[in-house]
Design a binder for this molecule. Structure first.
Ligand code: C2O
Ligand code: CU
Length: 496
C-alpha cells in the first residue's frame, strides 16, 4: 500500500470531496438558528446575523514567525505572530466572523475545536471546505451557541504541532462569575524549529515503522518504544520525544508569570493544545475545584491534580495562598524534555526550580472521565435510536492508525439520521491511549458526563451517546495529531 499520507490526500481531494458536495447541498437549515439557505460545498454561504445578534470580528493571520524559548530562537508558524495565538472571545449566542488570512507557504484551515457550530464553518478540508491556499483568505461565520473553554487550530496535516493554536472562550452572559480573576493556561509539547518540523517527525515515524505490509488494522504491536512507557493509567502514551513543554508559549526555564493577591479566587481555564502529550496538572501548595470540562459543568470536585489529554479542557477554581507557587504540567510517560511550568505569584518567595515536583503530583491524579455531570449538563435520558461500533486500531510498526478496519478515507463513514439519539460503542483495541474527539456535537459517557474529547486507555471500551442535532459531515478522530494524520479518523455523516 502507498503511504497513508499520500493515499489520504488523494482521497480527500478525490472521491470524498465529491461525496461531501452531494451530501451538503441537500442539507436543511443549520442547527445554530442561522438563516442559511442551502449550503454549497467549499464556500460556506454567508449567513447574516439575526436582528439584535451581537457580532464579533477578528482576523487571524497564519504566517511564519519566530518564538523565543528561554533564549533559543526557533522558527515556526503561528497566528498573528504569537504562540499561543490571539484569544477569540464572545458571548454565547454571538455571531462570529473570523477571517483566516493564510500567509503560510502551505494550505491551511481553522477548526473551532469543541464548538457546536454550523457544519460549513468546521474547517475540515475535503469534508466541509476546500483547503485555503497560500495567499488566500477565508471567512468563517457562525453562531457560538454554547458557553465554554475552547481552542482553535488548523485541520491540515500536522500543523497543530507548530505554533498554530489559540484559546477561544465563549462566555455565559448569565453566569455571575464567582471569582476575582481568570487565567487561560494553554499547554503544549514543542519540537518545531529545533532542527526538525512536525512534517519531518511524521515522515520519520512512518519510515521507522517500516514497510506497511501487515495487511489489516488491529495490530497491537506497540512494545518497541523503550523508555516511553510509564506507570500510571495511560500505558504507552506518546510517540514523539519533545525537547520542550510549554505553558502559554514559554518553557519552565523562562516561565509565564501569573499574579494575583493572596486569598483571591481565580478561574483557570486549562487547554491541552499538545499534539502527542497527556499532562498531569497541579498548582503547588493548592487544591483545585474542577467546575467544567470541555465547556460543560460538572459536580464541583476538589483535587490535588488532574490529567488532561490532547484536545481536552478543564476549568478549575483555586483560592490562592500567599507566596510564589509552581503551576506544573507534567508530561505523562515522557522521560526527556522536562515539564511545563508557569509561576503563580501572590507575595514574596523564591522562584521554584524548573524541575520542581509539587507534592500534589505524588498523590491521586484525577482521571477526567470519572467526573460526574452537573444536573443541568446531562443529556436527557433516552434509548438510542441507532447503535454503531467504533474500533480504534493500529500499531507503531508499521506506523499506521485507523478506525473500523482501515485508515481514514478507506473506512466506511459512520451514518446517522437527523433527530436520532446515537450510541457509539467505542473500543480502543490498541496498547496506547487515544483522546477520542467528535466535531460539532458533545457526547455523554455512561455516567452522563458531557465531553467532546475523552481519553481512552489501552483496551478500554465505552459507550458514548449523542443527539444528532447538527446536520452535516463531521470528523471523529484521535486527537494525537500524528495518529490522526496516519489515518485514525472517520467521518460521521447525516444520511438523508
Ligand atoms: Cu481539535 Cu478535529 O480537532
Ligand atoms: Cu491516537
Amino acid at each position: 500500500m502507498t503511504s497513508p499520507l499520500i493515499s489520504r490526500r488523494n482521497i480527500l481531494l478525490g472521491s470524498l470531496g465529491v461525496a461531501s458536495a452531494a451530501a451538503l447541498s441537500g442539507c436543511g437549515a443549520p442547527a445554530d438558528g442561522g438563516t442559511a439557505p442551502a449550503r454549497s460545498f467549499g464556500r460556506p454561504t454567508p449567513i447574516t446575523p439575526s436582528p439584535g445578534q451581537r457580532g464579533v470580528k477578528k482576523t487571524l493571520t497564519a504566517a511564519p514567525t519566530t518564538l523565543d524559548l528561554a533564549g533559543r530562537e526557533v522558527t515556526t508558524w503561528a497566528y498573528n505572530g504569537s504562540v499561543p495565538g490571539p484569544l477569540v472571545r464572545a458571548n454565547a449566542g454571538d455571531f462570529l466572523r473570523l477571517t483566516l488570512n493564510n500567509r503560510l507557504p502551505a494550505d491551511t484551515t481553522i477548526h473551532w475545536h469543541g464548538l457546536r457550530l454550523r457544519n460549513a464553518a468546521d474547517g475540515v478540508p475535503g469534508l466541509t471546505q476546500d483547503p485555503v491556499a497560500s495567499g488566500e483568505k477565508f471567512v468563517y461565520e457562525f453562531t457560538a451557541p454554547d458557553p465554554g473553554t475552547y481552542f482553535f487550530h488548523p485541520h491540515v496535516g500536522v500543523q497543530l504541532d507548530r505554533g498554530l493554536y489559540a484559546p477561544m472562550i465563549i462566555d455565559d452572559p448569565r453566569e455571575p462569575g464567582a471569582y476575582d480573576a481568570e487565567w487561560i493556561i494553554v499547554l503544549d509539547d514543542w519540537i518545531d524549529g529545533t532542527g526538525t518540523t512536525p512534517d519531518d517527525v511524521l515522515e520519520k515515524l512512518i519510515a521507522d515503522g517500516g514497510a506497511a505490509d501487515s495487511g489489516g488494522m488491529g495490530g497491537m504491536d506497540h512494545g518497541s518504544m523503550g523508555g516511553m512507557a510509564a506507570a500510571g493509567p495511560w500505558g504507552d502514551a506518546g510517540d514523539v520525544t519533545y525537547p520542550y513543554f510549554l505553558i502559554n508559549g514559554k518553557p519552565a526555564t523562562d516561565p509565564d508569570h501569573l499574579s494575583a493577591k493572596p486569598g483571591q479566587k481565580v478561574r483557570l481555564r486549562v487547554i491541552n493544545a499538545a499534539s502527542d502529550t497527556i499532562f498531569a496538572v497541579a498548582l503547588g501548595g493548592h487544591r483545585m475545584m474542577i467546575t467544567h470540562t470541555d465547556g460543560h459543568t460538572v459536580k464541583p470536585t476538589e483535587v490535588g491534580a488532574f490529567y488532561i489529554g490532547m484536545g481536552e479542557r478543564y476549568d478549575v477554581i483555586v483560592t490562592l495562598a500567599d507566596g510564589v507557587f509552581p503551576l506544573v504540567a507534567r508530561p505523562f510517560g515522557k522521560t526527556s524534555g522536562g515539564q511545563a511550568m508557569a509561576l503563580v505569584r501572590t507575595g514574596k518567595g523564591s522562584r521554584p526550580r524548573a524541575d520542581v515536583k509539587p507534592a500534589e503530583l505524588a498523590g491521586t491524579i484525577l482521571i477526567g472521565s470519572t467526573l460526574q455531570p452537573a444536573e443541568s449538563a446531562k443529556l436527557p435520558a433516552k434509548n438510542p435510536d441507532t447503535t454503531l461500533d467504533l474500533s480504534l486500531e493500529g500499531s507503531m510498526k508499521p506506523y499506521r492508525w485507523g478506525m473500523n478496519g482501515a485508515v481514514y478515507g478507506q473506512n466506511e463513514p459512520l451514518s446517522v439520521k437527523e433527530g436520532q439519539r446515537l450510541r457509539i460503542n467505542v473500543t480502543n483495541a490498541t496498547m496506547m491511549t487515544h483522546p477520542l474527539h467528535l466535531h460539532g456535537h458533545t457526547f455523554a459517557l455512561p455516567s452522563g458526563l458531557r465531553k467532546d474529547t475523552v481519553l481512552l486507555a489501552p483496551m478500554q471500551a465505552t459507550a458514548i451517546d449523542l443527539d444528532a442535532d447538527n446536520a452535516g459531515d463531521w470528523m471523529v478522530h484521535c486527537h494525537n495529531i500524528y495518529h490522526a494524520e496516519a489515518g485514525m479518523m472517520i467521518a460521521l455523516k447525516y444520511a438523508q
